[in-house]
Ligand binder design. Sequence first.
Ligand SMILES: C[S@@+](CC[C@H](N)C(=O)[O-])C[C@H]1O[C@@H](n2cnc3c(N)ncnc32)[C@H](O)[C@@H]1O
Length: 245
Amino acid sequence: MSFPANPTPHDYLAYDVGALKREPTIEKEELDAYLRGIERHPYYAKMLAVKNISMLHVDVLMLLRLLARASRQAILEIGPYIGGSSLAIGSGVRDRGGATYVSIEHGGVEQEIGGTYREHPFYPSSNIVADLNKNLAAEGLQAFVSILVGKSDAPDVVGEAFRLIGEGKIDLLFIDADGAVDRDVETFAPLLAPGCVLVFDDYAAPGAEDKEHRVRAVVDAQVAAKKFESFGVYGWGTWVGRYRG
Ligand SMILES: C[S@@+](CC[C@H](N)C(=O)[O-])C[C@H]1O[C@@H](n2cnc3c(N)ncnc32)[C@H](O)[C@@H]1O
């Protein structure tokens, strides 16, 4: 499906409706064209408000919403924090009429139940999981996502994700966690559908070079091995691509 060169707000709405019905494959050229006039999108102001609780660039939030609408199977998110990315994905899932959408949150810096991140300069939280649930509930999205609390490699969390999702069913994987995308891709590889869209934050992460080096090394190696296809880097450093499996 092509996208107009100079989109109007109506073009965006029509495209978004089409994304719910079309073949699920979105191409890089469409994503690039979609973002070119994105501030004209009628949902942009809403996503700017979501940005108030998200560490992601608003362009990436808009892409996550679109990719969730265009997904036909299950969605796995690792690292929602207090839910900025989850509101973007969840709104797309709601527009689809629901889907299997699983989000895994470790719970934060100090490892109490729920976790805390009181010192975060922009988005402090004294209970990450409680704030995540509260933010989802405020948008009426709680029913559209299954939150699993724990590390993405904890056996109980992994087992529950496998039970909820099923083999070969994920067609959108979003990771914004501790940079160990190699570990997470390996863990959840049996659940990935061929052609699954991959969105990994921290491909560029000034100030968090450890994460950046690990994410970049994994992505670049997998692209070189033709296991991943690269669409590009969006926002402040979020890599988007496709799993060739
Ligand atoms: C950068 S924040 C996520 C930001 C969020 N996606 C947004 O839109 O603002 C990273 C989150 O990943 C979580 N995290 C880190 N490692 C994790 C792991 N192995 N499993 C699950 N969550 C993890 C942290 O607790 C934190 O909440």
